[in-house]
Design a binder for this molecule. Structure first.
Ligand SMILES: Cc1ncc(COP(=O)(O)O)c(C=O)c1O
Length: 472
């Protein structure tokens, strides 16, 4: 069958009948959604089957970096395809995985010297989790089995990552399948005084860490002395938990705390890595080196699935032993270190340098803030925040009490549908609107994106009326 001749109606019918969409209440999808079928991409734009053009406002789920259809990246895949599409890393090497490992170690926070490949963000976290756990066994401390993680954390959907995750809607149902994790609150901002306090002229980088936060972790250590493997954190921005932005000082305090108590610090940079926060890695904001660092998403510029877990010499050395001692890391995936994905990741790193992409982000970030800050005065907005080219806007029913809308109204979803009509694709986190365009976005598109968001929020009352009438 020639798939090119399929009509939109046919495709939508097959989608409804055969595809189970991720993170999607399928009843609503089938009954209420007008699906958009993406057929092409160029730069920051995506095009649908009806010829409509959209700005990719969330970088195709937080991963696209240089835009779509980028010749240098396309060529890297084609060149590797002409050589070999895939060969295994179990017992063999391939050129792109070797070169990429060297390039990652060169740019990573100093001290991260080994690269273990996997398939995506979840598996990069899974690897870190198992490595950290086994590290203590290898080191003769098998009683260390507990992890510390954050409320509202998100580390992926495999079961180890789900154990670490702290978002009830996503994770609660699987608790009986999970290993024990002890939770602390997301780091708080000391000067946060409720209403309006978070809406300021400056992004959250100017705020300070609440000193009352750290004792939570101290009490956990007192309750389970000698039992912790380490702390797992999304540095600087907790993504899926609502784009929670940590005040400066948080990471440094975490590193000091981990050192003082001999805990491993695991930084999940799946979202924050590769320029999203304005630095290549979020850890650079506070000059810290974690013991393990998880990468994916922007690693391949959003072109292909690939995960990587970077480890220090200390971690690697604990596994480096005679095989009969049982210290080997028995973990790996069929597509580990996939040559096509590694080839595009190398080309992406070249483009970061050639296009001075981090400088471009530094220029664009204030432009985005300038457009969005007006929403700080809106009566249905309780917070506007931004780090690098990641921005978030919390929409609430009552700004004074911070009361939220009933989740089934899907106000965030309805606002994003309104933005779609303005040529912008966004995906909300409940009623938090998230902007995370490709880093290479042009200034005109960025302003268009921000204005579409501002205009849609200004129409929020109309949207709410529609939600009330149309409850799914
Ligand atoms: C911080 C973080 N870790 C892990 C993941 C999981 O990555 P993946 O969806 O590629 O498995 C995500 C995905 O959004 C993430 O934001």
């Amino acid at each position: 069958m020639d798939h090119k001749n399929l009509t939109d109606e046919q495709l939508i019918d097959w989608d409804r009948r055969f595809v189970w969409h991720p993170f999607t209440p399928m009843k609503s999808w089938m009954e209420k959604t007008d699906p958009v079928i993406i057929v092409r991409g160029q730069d920051e734009f995506l095009f649908d089957s009806r010829g409509r053009r959209y700005i990719d406002g969330v970088s195709s789920l937080w991963c696209n970096v240089h835009g779509h259809g980028i010749k240098k990246l396309d060529d890297a895949v084609r060149t590797q395809l002409n050589a070999v599409a895939h060969s295994t890393l179990l017992g063999l090497c391939n050129v792109p995985s070797i070169v990429l490992a060297k390039r990652l170690v060169d740019i990573a926070p100093p001290g991260l010297t080994r690269v273990f490949y996997s398939d995506d963000g979840s598996t990069a976290v899974e690897v870190a989790c198992k490595m950290a756990f086994q590290y203590w066994r290898n080191a003769g401390q098998p009683e260390r089995t507990r992890f510390i993680a954050f409320h509202d954390a998100y580390h992926g959907d495999t079961l180890g990552a789900v154990s670490l995750g702290g978002i009830p809607t996503f994770h609660q149902v699987y608790q009986p399948l999970c290993f024990p994790v002890d939770r602390v609150d997301s780091p708080r901002i000391a000067d946060f005084a409720g209403l309006n306090a978070a809406v300021q002229e400056t992004p959250p980088a100017q705020k300070t860490l609440d000193p009352a936060w750290l004792p939570q972790m101290e009490s956990l250590l007192a309750a389970y002395p000698g039992q912790y493997v380490g702390i797992v954190v999304e540095p600087v921005i907790q993504g899926a938990g609502g784009m929670v932005m940590h005040p400066p000082g948080t990471l440094k305090r975490l590193r000091e705390f981990a050192d003082a108590h001999d805990l491993l610090l695991i930084c999940d940079e799946v979202l924050t890595g590769f320029g999203r926060t304005g630095r290549m890695f979020a850890c650079e904001h506070e000059n810290i080196t974690p013991d393990l660092m998880c990468l994916s998403k922007g690693l391949t510029a959003g072109y292909m699935p690939l995960g990587a877990t970077l480890a220090t010499d200390r971690i690697f050395a604990s596994f480096y032993a005679d095989p009969k001692l049982g210290k080997t890391f028995y973990h790996g995936h069929t597509f580990t270190g996939h040559p096509l994905a590694c080839a595009v990741a190398i080309a992406s790193l070249d483009l970061f340098a050639e296009n001075r992409l981090l400088e471009h982000v530094a220029t664009l970030a204030p432009v985005l803030w300038e457009q969005l800050k007006v929403l700080g005065d809106h009566r249905q907005v309780v917070d506007v925040r931004q780090t690098g080219l990641v921005a978030a806007i919390d929409i609430v029913r009552d700004r004074r009490t911070r009361e939220r809308f009933p989740p089934h109204w899907r106000v965030g979803g309805a606002l994003c549908a309104a933005m779609r009509r303005r040529g912008v694709l966004l995906r909300p986190l409940a009623d938090t609107l998230v902007l995370m365009p490709p880093l290479a976005i042009g200034v005109e598109s960025l302003v268009h994106l921000a204005r579409a968001v501002v205009e849609s929020v200004q129409l929020v009352e109309e949207v709410i009326r529609h939600c009330e009438e149309n409850i799914i």
